[in-house]
Design a binder for this molecule. Structure first.
Ligand code: AMP
Length: 279
């Protein structure tokens, strides 16, 4: 497995793969890898001849009051995990390599990115779209795999791929959870045992909502109220708990497929997100 730190090296690797007739899969990450990330690498291996994983804590998607500086990092363990999972290359640039000091160009999606997480993190998706567009140019993948864990992010990225004619297929891969239901996340490392226990109310409430949906409940208001009733007494503060159309991301009242429920909750400067498909 190759470890590449500059855009030029990454570009050259991808060009050589293309010359050899190999299709390329890309898995963008911010590192501190867990089984959720590894499942994306495994999926990419199934869809493409060679797989590149990017590990880059992208400063432009964090607001000044957010956790950019404290975001967990463990480069060498991450590389070992990538190799063990079958990645062919890891792209690990510095922020200076990715962003010229006077960079002044952004990629911004203006509809799907505005609600939900976008409403609470106003510059977040502009940073995500810009860095992913750059990674697409640098790695030139045929497919790119993203996690359903960041449901809105996948929808936004599918939109920029369509709108900007990137010749790339986006694949959405399912959420990997801990045995007790908590969605795996690099940010789970911030949780004390007590906060972690209380955070289980998020997945528990989503599973209960899905069970109610499967039993015939079609009122979004009722499902959302049940989620609030489960989560809020634990001290986790919901930014939102919303039933949406899974394609347009519009909020739904009487649920019709395809639908999903998105939740985001905060406590002690920690922000967790989760979601579930209703199908
Ligand atoms: P991150 O490193 O948190 O930026 O995530 C990189 C990629 O991994 C994104 O596409 C995430 O949606 C995906 N991901 C993160 N957590 C999980 C999970 N628990 N299951 C599946 N994919 C995940």
């Amino acid at each position: 497995m190759q470890i590449l730190r500059t855009i030029r090296e990454m570009n050259a690797w991808s060009a050589a793969q293309k010359r050899a007739g190999h299709s390329i899969g890309l898995v963008p990450t911010m590192g501190y890898l867990h089984e959720g990330h590894l499942s994306l690498i495994t999926r990419a291996k199934q869809e493409a001849d060679v797989v590149a994983v990017s590990i880059f804590v992208n400063p432009t998607q964090f607001a000044p009051n957010e956790d950019y500086a404290s975001y967990p990092r463990k480069e060498s363990e991450d590389c070992a995990l990538c190799e063990k999972t079958g990645a062919d290359a890891v792209f690990m640039p510095t922020p200076e390599e990715m962003y010229p000091a006077d960079a002044s160009t952004w990629v911004e999606e203006t509809v799907l990115s505005k609600g939900y997480c976008g409403a609470f993190r106003p510059i977040h998706f502009r940073g995500v779209c810009t860095v992913v567009a750059k990674l697409f140019h640098i790695v030139m993948p045929d497919i790119a795999v993203f996690g359903q864990k960041d449901f809105q992010q996948v929808a936004v990225l599918q939109r920029i791929v369509r709108d900007l004619s990137f010749p790339i297929r986006i694949i959405r891969s399912p959420i990997i959870r801990e045995a007790d239901g908590l969605a795996k996340s690099s940010r789970n490392t911030y949780l004390t045992p007590e906060l972690r226990q209380k955070a289980l109310s998020l997945s528990r409430s989503l599973f209960a909502a899905k069970a109610a949906y499967d039993a015939g409940e079609r009122s979004a208001t009722k499902l959302e109220a049940a989620i609030r009733a489960e989560v809020e007494p634990t001290g986790w503060v919901l930014d939102y708990a919303t039933v949406i159309n899974a394609e347009t991301l519009e909020p739904q009242e009487d649920i019709t497929e395809p639908a999903a429920i998105l939740v985001a909750a905060r406590q002690s400067n920690i922000r967790l997100i989760d979601n579930i498909l209703l199908d």
